[in-house]
Design a protein around this ligand. Structure first.
Ligand SMILES: CC1=C(/C=C/C(C)=C/C=C/C(C)=C/C=O)C(C)(C)CCC1
Ligand SMILES: [Fe+2]
Length: 365
């Protein structure tokens, strides 16, 4: 795919990079494996639970956690790119770290006292964050999209991986809630799903995910009919959205999310940072990842130590190995809030939301 070399600061030039294709390829692979398994008479819902957690076990230390472990360097990087002092003072670093840790502590406190509220907040934050992670890569939106196009794109790319599994696999999220809350399901029967079928909240969720997707589809097709030069990119983006729909409606969410979060979301973020820190550099996915891991290993290690501390605090709530997985998710939710804010600062710097005036190839909505 062609890179756009416009002087815009919204300038992720690596649209053609293989890193952007690995996520869709991995999800397509899981979808094909799931289809074959069903065809052979082995329902995917009967797959052993370790298969579902495997991408988390393999990916968390080398992709999932490190992608956020660069957050403290984003400020200095953006300052350097805008020609200001690069390093930032020790005071600024300490203020950043305290703010980050305080936000994390606040989220964990909410998990402790009100798991239902914490799960809702986590899912909303994750949806916004997944959406923003994809939005920056959209060349059609950069050159010709209005604010509504961007919003529809962000909501679609965010809500499909989050809202769709809550609707398609309600029992799992009831169970997740029970695990986060540390209750046993045996004592009070099966836990209720967070969004019971047919309620107003359930319909609103469908409306959100369906409405956003339809808007992306209709506006994408209409833009493609006007702009032949964007047709290929728009088709690729709609294809990606369709793949997300299929994956998150059909594949068990822990597995689908494990593959998506690491190979799609985190890898794109690593690529975005590599692009910003060293534009024009194309050393390949593994070399980029190696560079990134070398830069982030101290904060990555610190994050795992903190997570270990959380496990120690919550030890009496851990009953089986998968509870550790849910604990890791609670920890992830705590880092998601400050991480979302850091990425919003990157979005602002790169002009992700700034719409080109009509006449320069853009449209204002
Ligand atoms: C709660 C929950 C899930 C959601 C996980 C999410 C939403 C992770 C998001 C991580 C982010 C946004 C990290 C920061 O970049 C699963 C695994 C689907 C199923 C079990 C319960
Ligand atoms: Fe992220």
């Amino acid at each position: 795919m062609r890179a756009d070399r416009s002087p815009s600061t919204f300038d992720c030039q690596a649209r053609g990079s293989i890193a952007l294709w690995l996520g869709p390829l991995a999800l397509a692979g899981v979808l094909i494996a799931a289809g074959m398994s069903e065809a052979l008479g082995v329902p995917i819902r009967s797959w052993p639970v370790w298969v579902e957690w495997l991408p988390w076990v393999v990916g968390l230390a080398v992709l999932g956690m490190p992608h956020g472990a660069f957050d403290h360097e984003i400020g200095p990087l953006l300052r350097r790119l805008s020609g200001r002092d690069r390093s930032g003072s020790l005071k600024a670093h300490l203020a950043f770290a305290s703010g980050y840790l305080l936000l994390m502590a606040a989220v964990l406190l909410v998990w402790w006292v009100a798991p239902g509220l914490a799960l809702a907040l986590f899912l909303i934050a994750a949806a916004l964050h997944f959406g923003q992670g994809d939005l920056v890569w959209s060349r059609p939106l950069r050159v010709a999209g209005g604010r509504i196009d961007r919003l529809a794109f962000l909501l679609t790319r965010g809500c499909v991986p989050i809202v769709l599994p809550v609707l398609a696999f309600p029992d799992l999220f009831g169970e997740a809630l029970a695990r986060f809350g540390g209750q046993t399901t045996a004592s009070g029967g099966p836990p209720p799903p967070p969004l019971p079928q047919g309620t107003a909240a359930w319909w609103t969720a469908w409306l959100l995910v369906g409405g956003a997707s339809l808007t992306q589809l209709i506006r994408g097709v209409s833009l493609a009919s006007r702009r032949a030069d964007l047709r290929r990119d728009i088709a690729a983006e709609l294809g990606e959205t369709a793949l997300l729909w299929a994956s998150f409606a059909l594949v068990p969410p822990i597995l689908a999310m494990g593959v998506y979060f690491h190979v799609w979301h985190a890898l794109r973020h690593v690529e975005r940072i590599a692009d910003l820190a060293a534009p024009g550099r194309r050393p390949g996915v593994l070399a980029t990842l190696g560079w990134f891991l070398k830069r982030t290993w101290p904060t990555n290690t610190a994050a795992f130590l903190l997570m270990g501390g959380l496990g120690w605090l919550a030890w009496d709530r851990i009953r089986e190995p998968t509870d550790l997985g849910f604990l890791a998710l609670a920890f992830l939710s705590a880092v998601t809030i400050p991480h979302l804010i850091v990425v919003a600062a990157m979005d602002r710097f790169q002009g992700v939301w700034s719409v080109k005036p009509v006449g320069s190839g853009g449209s204002i909505v």
